[in-house]
Design a protein around this ligand. Structure first.
Ligand code: IMP
Ligand code: MG
Length: 179
């Protein structure tokens, strides 16, 4: 347990566990990756995971292009409804094999939206890699192709994930323990 901003944070996934899992994920992705892979990191929460995963992909012999899309759910917070594009990719994805990277798959609405957006623009494939999967919270019909860890039903922070833009700097994934 550590204290940050006066809040107690309990570790759920350590730096070491995350690093090991990312090497495994990169190896799995490398087995199926085409030569023209386009990685699309779904901002903001995925930026740390994406930064580590693309370097692990390099070690696994994959040389992708890397792009970013910023998506946001209306009615923010932890509930989420409709999804909108805040900042789009600059690449024409038509005919491309896309791998989307996100931090956490919860209701699935964000990634379902992103996947359908890529396919509607003519992407040849649109796969999904997530660090964490909260399967028990799924609302949309979607599964990730590559999953790091199953995540317990807590609101998690760190390793890019936030509460109101705080806690992203933590090198591990944890949960804020009340009082
Ligand atoms: P979904 O659309 O419900 O699957 O939500 C996915 C997005 O919500 C993720 O990309 C995260 O940005 C955010 N999110 C969901 N659960 C958490 C959490 O426990 N901590 C931080 N962000 C979360
Ligand atoms: Mg996100």
């Amino acid at each position: 347990m550590i204290t940050v901003r006066g809040r107690n944070i309990e570790t759920l996934f350590s730096q070491e566990a995350i690093a090991a899992e990312i090497e495994r994920l990169a190896g799995e992705i490398a087995q199926n990756a085409p030569d023209d892979l386009l990685v699309v990191a779904v901002l903001k929460g995925s930026f740390v995971f994406a930064a580590d995963l693309i370097r692990a992909l390099h070690r696994a012999g994959v040389a992708p292009e890397v792009e970013f899309i910023s998506l946001s759910s209306y009615g923010a917070g932890t509930t989420g409804g409709a999804v909108r594009v805040v900042r789009d990719v600059e690449t024409d994805v038509s005919g491309r094999s896309v791998l989307m990277i996100d931090d956490i798959l919860e209701s699935g609405r964000t990634i379902k939206f992103a996947r359908e957006l890529m396919l509607s623009r003519g992407a040849r494939a649109a796969e999904v890699a997530v660090l964490l999967d909260k399967r028990m919270k799924r609302k949309a019909e979607i599964e990730a192709d590559y999953v790091g860890f199953d995540c317990p039903d807590h609101f998690v922070v760190g390793y890019g994930m936030d509460v109101a833009h705080a806690f992203r700097e933590l090198p591990f994934v944890g949960r804020v323990v009340e009082d």
